[in-house]
Ligand binder design. Structure first.
Ligand SMILES: Cc1cc2nc3c(=O)[nH]c(=O)nc-3n(C[C@H](O)[C@H](O)[C@H](O)COP(=O)(O)OP(=O)(O)OC[C@H]3O[C@@H](n4cnc5c(N)ncnc54)[C@H](O)[C@@H]3O)c2cc1C
Length: 755
């Protein structure tokens, strides 16, 4: 049998440094069928007969058909450790085995294979120190491999006797992006080969969507961005994340490469090594470079840490329930759950819908989501996110903190779903992980550090240029009131052409009050010490038990918040599991030794991400039987530093640093993004239908195939395969955005938003 290799593109839309693609070509295929996109042009350059083939059907059903129709001997793809992807891939591999197709899977999405990191670390990595230690044991990440030289052309691509599988009549009713389309999507129903019969990448027109982002995609553009970054040796070698301005736009103050990392149009190993090479040269010339975790390489470690955390925890990484690492907080708008079809022990998975336990909280959530909170800094970020699909890391900090522990006391899972829908760079691992960090439910625990929606942006943008850009109503507002417009005298409001309450909303609550309420709730929840895998949480009793013990404090209730200190137990009931906190009422604030957090970096650098009015953290109490005194010492040091930082807050100095950083950054980015204007996570149907895009390539000749997958949340896969109810959300969103992204890359249909 001739070697006919089907290369399946998924998380690796590139030709450079692709270990999986290399493995495919190392088979010396007679025929190489590839399935991909911006890659399409690259493939054509390597062989004019080659291009991306997009096959419109679920990978689970179409791949077995392609094995037969194209006489495939090998299937090769990059390893994907997302839990839904593991399940999908396991099924594909077993179907391939059944028909004698050999599967080759290579790691290439992260610096190190996340499963190897988990093995060496002995579990999920919850700190970058753990990641780096495990990485050291594995040795440095492999150096990038070169782009392949000419590849064989695709052979016969006929699909005789192959019919398209259809997901069923309910498909369009359950299309979660339906609201983002001007009319019904026509690409799937145009057949396996698409409307022109040539396996073309779907166009925006076929998808009935319009792009609104200025960012553009594709390997060529990604490599150009990277080139620009490393040509600026100072920027690259002295990059320090805490010094970059979240308010900088056009250009941004960081690399803006994360969407390319998501689509795999840049290799993270290439990114890592070219940066490291610049740093080495810089240091050889006697100059000091920054180090992880602040440095650029440090940022890549954060990414790998989240991937290895997800790989270690598995299915429950993206939710609180059943997750042993995530602290349980009885937030408002908790998720609804449904049975995990893959788990005989009857565990539950988030459904993508939520319980409205508090109407006011829901109103806050909807206003947050749409950028109508009345806090211009928060609203500008949400508007940028929604229209452009990317915002700076610290801007993400600000809105995530505001929604959860720093204002609304709403479940982080709600925020993660909105980010999942709108981010161009959405990764389940990085998104859920960062939301857990910001909500202080995992990775980070210093809940007293709260970002002020008023003073934080002033540090880098006193004039409010960022706000004026994204909220044109406030364009002419006086600088003094740009972050607190409700305080502006009415005459000045009229003169600026923006009356608060009429042209721009009043603030939805008194933020300082809310902040105190949230801190009380967090204190109580930390004292209780519940985690997602605790029995009371799994049985759904934890909220009531905590309410009995702590009163309404525990739910961040604005009206009836208890005045009792968290340590004063109100009821008889007491959590049965993990009573971690001291009985004195003081809250232990664990700070992992050796783990430097971004927030801690601010403290060290005397920058204050948190509001100045925050009281210092309570004194840590050394508990009997707590052997780790170093943690306590760290806490004391941190608390002292925080207090010192509050006293010494050096805005001007920081601003100078940030200005110089952003002026040296000439980074521009070019991705495409569909402006998705509706909340797609509220599907209530258990027959939830998902659509996924993926890409595959086959060869000795090259062809590409993107596959539209339809799966059900019920485990009734329409002949497609089972995917857990939580994961299809990601499959769906990431999938469609990928498709939109790819399409837009090809068509260059970029509609710059008219702000
Ligand atoms: C609530 C929240 C949600 C987030 N969701 C995502 C997500 O879905 N996908 C995603 O890639 N990043 C996510 N991040 C992390 C981070 O905000 C982005 O990776 C970063 O802003 C990308 O911009 P950049 O390329 O300019 O980053 P740079 O600062 O230039 O960093 C270079 C690269 O390092 C990686 N990186 C940097 N910081 C982080 C981090 N904290 N976690 C993981 N990777 C990091 C990215 O791949 C990035 O491209 C999230 C952060 C928060 C606070």
């Amino acid at each position: 049998m001739p070697t006919r290799v089907l290369y399946w593109f998924r998380t690796d839309l590139r030709l450079h440094d692709s270990p999986a693609l290399k493995a495919a070509l190392d088979l010396n295929p007679e025929v190489f069928l590839d399935c991909q996109n911006a890659v399409s042009d690259g493939l054509s350059q390597l062989n004019s007969k080659s291009r991306l083939l997009v096959v419109r059907e679920s990978p689970l059903t179409i791949l077995p058909k392609l094995f037969k129709a194209w006489n495939i001997s090998h299937l090769v793809f990059e390893k994907d450790t997302d839990s839904y992807a593991r399940r999908r891939d396991d099924e594909v591999v077993s179907k391939a085995k059944e028909v004698g197709v050999e599967c080759i899977i290579k790691s290439g999405r992260t610096l190190w294979d996340s499963d190897d990191i988990v093995g060496i670390n002995g579990g999920p990595t919850m700190t970058t120190t753990q990641l780096q230690k495990a990485g050291q044991k594995l040795g440095p990440p492999p150096r990038p491999i070169p782009t392949p030289t000419p590849i064989p052309a695709p052979g016969d691509l006929s699909l005789k006797h192959v019919t398209q599988g259809h997901p069923g009549p309910e498909y369009f009713n359950a299309d979660q992006n339906q609201l983002n389309r001007s009319s019904e999507d026509s690409t799937y129903h145009s057949g396996l080969r698409g409307p022109n019969g040539d396996f073309s990448v779907p166009t925006m027109e076929e998808l009935k969507m319009a792009a609104s982002t200025p960012h553009r995609g594709g390997e060529k553009i990604a490599l150009e961005i990277l080139e620009k970054i490393i040509n600026d040796k100072q920027f690259t070698a002295t990059f320090s994340k805490p010094d970059t301005a979240p308010t900088a736009f056009q250009p941004a103050s960081t690399c803006l490469l994360s969407p390319h990392m998501h689509f795999g149009s840049i290799s993270c190993r290439k990114f890592y090594w070219v940066v490291l090479d610049v740093i080495e040269q810089w240091e050889k010339s006697g100059k000091k470079a920054t180090e992880p975790p602040c440095s650029l390489t440090g940022q890549l470690f954060f990414r790998d840490m989240y991937f290895a955390a997800q790989a270690g925890i598995g299915t429950y990484f993206g939710q609180t329930l059943h997750n042993p690492k995530v602290r349980y907080i009885p937030w408002h708008l908790p998720s609804k759950h449904q049975p995990n079809p893959d788990d005989p022990t009857k565990s539950l998975l988030v459904k993508g819908t939520y319980n409205v336990d508090n109407k006011e909280a829901e109103e806050w959530f909807l206003r947050w989501r749409e950028g109508r909170t009345g806090f211009p800094w928060i609203d500008a970020i949400m508007i940028q996110l929604k229209t452009e699909g990317w915002v700076h890391h610290l801007a993400r900090h600000a809105v995530a903190c505001f929604l959860t522990r720093g204002g609304c006391y709403i479940d982080w899972e709600r925020g993660a779903e909105v980010f999942e829908e709108w981010l161009l760079d959405h990764e389940i691992a990085c998104n859920a992980g960062n939301w857990q960090w910001l909500s202080c439910t995992a990775f980070f625990s210093q809940f007293m550090r709260i970002y002020s929606p008023i003073t934080f942006p002033q540090k880098t943008d006193k004039e409010g240029n960022y706000v004026r850009h994204y909220i044109p109503q406030l364009k002419n507002f006086p600088e003094k009131y740009i972050y607190e417009p409700w305080k502006c005298p009415i005459a000045d409001q009229r003169a600026a052409g923006c009356v608060i309450g009429k042209d721009y909303p009043k603030p939805m609550f008194d933020w300082k009050d809310r902040k105190e309420i949230c801190i009380r709730g967090m204190k109580a929840a930390f004292e209780a010490g519940y985690h997602g895998s605790d029995v009371d949480v799994i049985n759904g009793k934890a909220r009531e038990i905590l309410k009995e013990r702590f009163g309404n404090d525990i739910e961040g209730d604005a009206d009836t918040a208890s005045k009792n200190e968290p340590g004063e137990q109100k009821g008889k009931a007491k959590p049965e599991t993990r009573p971690r906190a001291s009985q004195s009422g003081s809250v232990k604030l664990p700070v992992k030794r050796g783990q430097t957090t971004l927030d801690a970096m601010f403290v060290r650098k005397k920058v204050k991400p948190e509001d100045e009015t925050i009281p210092p953290p309570p004194n840590p109490i050394v508990k009997r039987g707590n052997p780790d005194l170093s943690e306590i010492i760290d806490e004391i040091i941190n608390a002292t530093k925080a207090a010192k930082s509050r006293l010494e807050g050096d805005h001007h100095d920081i601003r100078k640093r940030q200005d110089s950083t952003s002026s040296t950054s000439t980074v521009t980015s070019t991705h495409t993004h569909t402006s998705i204007s509706t909340f797609s996570q509220t599907t209530t149907s258990t027959e939830l239908e998902q659509t996924e895009t993926s890409t595959a390539t086959s060869t000795s000749t090259v062809s590409t195939s993107t596959v539209l997958a339809t799966v059900t949340a019920t485990g009734t896969p329409n002949g497609v395969g089972r995917v857990s109810p939580s994961d299809p959300q990601a499959v769906m969103v990431a999938g469609w955005i990928s498709l939109v992204y790819l399409t837009a890359m090809v068509l260059k249909l970029v509609k710059v938003v008219n702000y």
